[in-house]
Design a protein around this ligand. Structure first.
Ligand code: AMP
Ligand code: MG
Length: 486
C-alpha cells in the first residue's frame, strides 16, 4: 500500500451489493488517540505498511477518524436470536465496516472497527468500548489463530483518550479487526424477515461469491451455501471443543457464515474439565455451557436454514425437507471430526480400532472430569507420560489408581508423543494471566500483555522461562466469571 494509510484502497462490496443492510456512517473523532498495540505481521500480510500505521494518519485509519478517499464506512444491519429470543433489529451498535481490502494474494478481508461510536443501531448504548475488553479480544483472537482455529483477527487497539462510563469511568479504546467477512446468521435472518426475496437472493449471492464460491457451480447454489456453512461450522465447533474454548454468547448474531469465530465477549478457555462450565455472568441457565456448544451451533444453523427456505425450493415442504437434510449432516460431521481429533490428542495410531479408541477417549474424559483435572495441562502432560515420565500428569489427579489403570491400557497402544506435542498446546491464554495482563495494561503497563501475546503466538513450542504460563490457575482463584456488553 502507499505510505499514506489514508490512500489505502478500500472496496465497498457489501455497501454496494446490499444498500438496504448498510447504513453509511462516520466514526466519532477520538480526543487523543494513542496506539496501544499493533499487529505488525498481520499488517504486512495484508499489504499494509506498519510504519505508516503508527503515524497520525495511521491512527486516523485505525479509529475511523480519517477515512480513505472513496471508502464508504457502514454500520451493518442484522437480526439475531439472543439466548433463544428473536430480536429483529440488532446491527452494529458500536462498530463500523470501513470496507474490504484485497491482500497481495487477492483474497478479500473486511476492515472493521469496534468501539467507534454511536450508530443508527445503538439503541440505548453509548457505541463505545473500553481498553480492557478490546485488549482481551486482541489477545484471545490472536491465540485462537495461533492454535489453528478460524477467527477474526486483531490488527490494532488504539486508546481514544475518552473516558467511558461503565460501573466506573474506564479508558476508551477502538479495536481494528479483520475478518473474511462479518456476515452472520443474523444477517440472513434480517434479510428474510423483510420479506424482500430480492434482497435475500442478493445477500445469498454476495455470501457465495465472497466466501463459498464453489456453490456458484452447484445446481442449487442456496442449498450448496447452506451445506458449506454447515461444514464450516462443524469444523469450527470441533476445533473449539478440542482446544477447550467456551464462546459464552453463541447468539445467532455472533455466528459467522465464513466459519470464523467472532465477537469475543465473555469467552474463556476451560481450566478444569467439565462440560457444564459456564463463565459468563449472564448465562444463568447455562445455555452456552462448554458441552452445549455443538448442539447450539446446530440450532443456530437451523435458524440460518429457515432464513434460506424461500431460496431452497418453491414448494415449502420440499424446501423444509432439503434444509432438514442439510442441517442433519452437522451431527455426523462434528462427531467424526471430533473423534478423529481426540484420537490425535491421545496420540493414537490411525490403525487402532475405532471402538477401542472411543472407549479410551470416553474413559479419559471421565477421569479428567472426576478429578477436576486441568484440560490443557493434562493433555500436554500425557506426552511426557508416553515418554515414561508420568509425574506431571499424576500431579493433576487425585484418583491415582484410576489414572494408572487407564495409563496401562493406553500405553499398550504405543501413543505417539511427538504427534501429541504438535496437537496439544502448552500455552493458552489462561484466565488468571489474561486478567493480570489486562489489569496492568489499564494501569499503563503493557509489558505483561505483550509478553502474553508472544507466549500464545507459539502455543506448541516449549520455551525455557515460561513455566508460569503453562501452569493451571492457583486453587485460590475461585470460580472465574466473565462479562459481556463491556
Ligand atoms: P455483542 O454482545 O457484543 O455481540 O453485542 C450485541 C448487540 O449489542 C450488537 O448489536 C452490538 O452492536 C450491541 N452493543 C453492544 N455494546 C454496545 C454499546 N456499548 N453501544 C451500542 N451498542 C452496543
Ligand atoms: Mg455481536
Amino acid at each position: 500500500m502507499s505510505a499514506n494509510p489514508v490512500d489505502l484502497a478500500l472496496e465497498a462490496n457489501f455497501a454496494n451489493d446490499l444498500p438496504e443492510m448498510a447504513s453509511p456512517w462516520s466514526a466519532e473523532n477520538p480526543p487523543d488517540s494513542q496506539l496501544v498495540v499493533l499487529n505488525e505481521p498481520l499488517a504486512t500480510a495484508l499489504g499494509m505498511d506498519p510504519v505508516s500505521l503508527r503515524t497520525p494518519e495511521g491512527l486516523g485509519l485505525l479509529t475511523g477518524a480519517q477515512v480513505p478517499v472513496g471508502a464508504t464506512p457502514v454500520a451493518q444491519a442484522y437480526a439475531g436470536h439472543q439466548f433463544g429470543g428473536f430480536v429483529p433489529r440488532l446491527g452494529d451498535g458500536r462498530a463500523l465496516l470501513l470496507g474490504e481490502i484485497a491482500d497481495p494474494a487477492g483474497l478479500r478481508w473486511d476492515l472493521h472497527l469496534k468501539g467507534s461510536g454511536r450508530t443508527p443501531f445503538s439503541r440505548g448504548g453509548d457505541g463505545l468500548a473500553t481498553l480492557g475488553p478490546m485488549l482481551r479480544e486482541y489477545v484471545i483472537s490472536e491465540a485462537m489463530h495461533a492454535l489453528g482455529v478460524p477467527t477474526t483477527r486483531s490488527l490494532a487497539v488504539v486508546a481514544t483518550g475518552r473516558a467511558v462510563q461503565r460501573e466506573s469511568l474506564l479508558p476508551g479504546a477502538v479495536l481494528a479487526r479483520i475478518a473474511r467477512s462479518h456476515l452472520r446468521v443474523g444477517s440472513f435472518q434480517y434479510a428474510a424477515q423483510t420479506g424482500d426475496i430480492g434482497l435475500l437472493r442478493r445477500l445469498c449471492d454476495h455470501a457465495i461469491t465472497r466466501l463459498h464460491p464453489a456453490a456458484l457451480e452447484a445446481p442449487q447454489p442456496a442449498l450448496a451455501l447452506l451445506d458449506a456453512v454447515v461444514t464450516a461450522q462443524a469444523s469450527l465447533l470441533t476445533r473449539w471443543m478440542l482446544v477447550g474454548f467456551v464462546h459464552g454468547v453463541m447468539n445467532t448474531d455472533n455466528m459467522t457464515i465464513s466459519g470464523e469465530t467472532i465477537d469475543y465477549g465473555p469467552c474463556a478457555f476451560l481450566d478444569a474439565y467439565d462440560p457444564a462450565t459456564v463463565f459468563s455472568s449472564i448465562d444463568h441457565a447455562g445455555r452456552y455451557a462448554f458441552g452445549n456448544q455443538p448442539g447450539i451451533a446446530q440450532w443456530n444453523l437451523a435458524r440460518f436454514a429457515e432464513s434460506l427456505l424461500p431460496l431452497l425450493a418453491t414448494d415449502q415442504d420440499r424446501a423444509v425437507e432439503l434444509a432438514t437434510a442439510s442441517i442433519g449432516a452437522f451431527g455426523q460431521q462434528y462427531t467424526t471430526q471430533w473423534s478423529r481429533g481426540m484420537r490425535t490428542k491421545l496420540g493414537l495410531a490411525d490403525a487402532l480400532d475405532d471402538t477401542v479408541a472411543a472407549s479410551l477417549v470416553t474413559a479419559w474424559l471421565a477421569l479428567l472430569h472426576d478429578n477436576h483435572a486441568d484440560y490443557t495441562a493434562s493433555h500436554r502432560a500425557l506426552a511426557a507420560a508416553a515418554r515414561g515420565n508420568a509425574e506431571s500428569l499424576r500431579g493433576q489427579f487425585l484418583d491415582l489408581p484410576g489414572l494408572d489403570e487407564w495409563l496401562t491400557t493406553w500405553l499398550s497402544h504405543r501413543p505417539d508423543a511427538d504427534l501429541m506435542d504438535r496437537t496439544n498446546p502448552l500455552y493458552i491464554p489462561r484466565n488468571h494471566l489474561v486478567e493480570e495482563a489486562l489489569s496492568a495494561a489499564i494501569e499503563g503497563d503493557l509489558s505483561p500483555c505483550n509478553t502474553l501475546l508472544q507466549v500464545v503466538a507459539a502455543p506448541y513450542d516449549e520455551r525455557p522461562g515460561l513455566e508460569p504460563y503453562s501452569q493451571p490457575a492457583p486453587d485460590d482463584l475461585g470460580t472465574y466469571q466473565t462479562f459481556c456488553g463491556t
